[in-house]
Design a protein around this ligand. Structure first.
Ligand code: SF4
Length: 327
């Protein structure tokens, strides 16, 4: 039987997961479990590259995210769910791969400059510059064939492919060249209309209670042209419409366009059509999450078992790497 293809993906633990994460990654990850051998990890060392002064968020966020994962349908029987820092081999492989890439190549990775420009933070630490090398080590450790990523991460996968080629050329074929697995991701705006993000304080969390979700979405910004109920609006300029595109059927979408552009409906009527659908989607996730909150030892066991499986795979890869490199 042909070997099942492997994929790997991870997330930085900076807080619990929100709707943007659900649509941006998690739903896709759940689907991929049936097609691939999946390794999903909490990238806590990656969180350190930017959060090194504020490390106290990392451990609680790690647990929060794993509970969100389980509640949203990641199945520890199908996928290996693990914590990066528990698998020390990632650090070893990262060090070795660091020999195969130049500093100027790392300075050209777009996210290096983009992050600094976007946040205004002067991040000149070595860890931040080297973070795509650690990411390559994460991927190559599981000899992954594919990496489900967003558009912005594609340059990192390209770098990983370069490093894998260089390694294979110098020491022998060990690593597949991983391909980016791009999926169409709908836009999920936050309550202020910007991209949903924990750092903008505009997110609807998977763990939010029903009343909280309702309140957040009811007060969400709309097309600024509709200052008064009698002003017509343009759904394409309204973040609420992005939610309709995800949650509503064609008939409702037509109703929104017609009602909005003629001022025939108010924004609260409009929101009233999708908010119950968000609540209905998140309700079973939240219930499942509550179950895991109440059964912490079950969560510990799942994390421990995931770490054990990941470590066994990583140890085998490092055995192959050391043998190939004659060290
Ligand atoms: S009616 Fe709906 S689409 Fe139009 S501005 Fe209000 S919330 Fe947005």
């Amino acid at each position: 039987m042909a070997e099942q293809k492997r994929i790997l993906s991870g997330i930085r633990p900076t807080g619990p997961l929100h709707l943007g994460n659900l649509y941006g990654a998690l739903k896709n990850w759940v689907k991929l479990q049936d097609e691939y051998q999946c390794f999903y990890f909490i990238a806590d060392w990656h969180a350190l590259t930017t959060e090194y002064e504020n490390t106290s968020v990392i451990k609680p966020a790690t647990r929060d995210i794993i509970m969100d994962w389980l509640a949203a349908g990641l199945d520890p029987e199908k996928s290996v769910l693990f914590v990066q820092s528990e698998i020390k081999e990632h650090a070893e492989l990262s060090l070795l791969l660091g020999m195969l890439v130049t500093v100027s190549r790392l300075e050209r990775v777009p996210s290096y400059k983009d992050f600094q420009q976007a946040t205004g933070r002067e991040l000149s630490n070595f860890g931040f510059l080297g973070y795509p090398v650690l990411q390559s080590a994460d991927i190559m450790m599981y000899r992954a064939h594919g990496v489900p990523v967003g558009e912005d991460q594609v340059p990192h996968i390209e770098l990983t492919r370069e490093i894998a080629r260089r390694f294979n050329g110098l020491y022998g074929e060990i690593f597949p060249e991983p391909a980016p697995l791009l999926t169409h991701v709908p836009r999920v705006p936050g309550t202020d209309g910007r991209k949903m993000s924990k750092s903008y304080n505009n997110a609807v969390y998977l763990s939010d209670a029903t009343e909280v979700i309702e309140k957040k979405l009811k007060t969400m910004v709309t097309d600024p042209a509709r200052a008064r109920r009698s002003d017509p609006g343009d759904p394409e300029k309204c973040p609420v419409f992005d939610f309709h595109k995800i949650y509503s059927d064609q008939e409702t979408i037509k109703w929104v366009v017609q009602g909005c552009t003629t001022a025939g409906i108010g924004c609260l009527d409009c929101k009233g059509r999708f908010i119950p659908r968000v609540i209905a989607e998140l309700e079973p996730i939240r219930k499942m999450r509550l179950y895991f909150e109440e059964h912490p030892s079950e969560v510990d066991e799942i994390i421990g078992e995931g770490n054990r499986k990941a470590r066994a795979f990583a140890q085998e890869t490092m055995r192959m790497v050391r043998e190939a490199m004659k060290i």
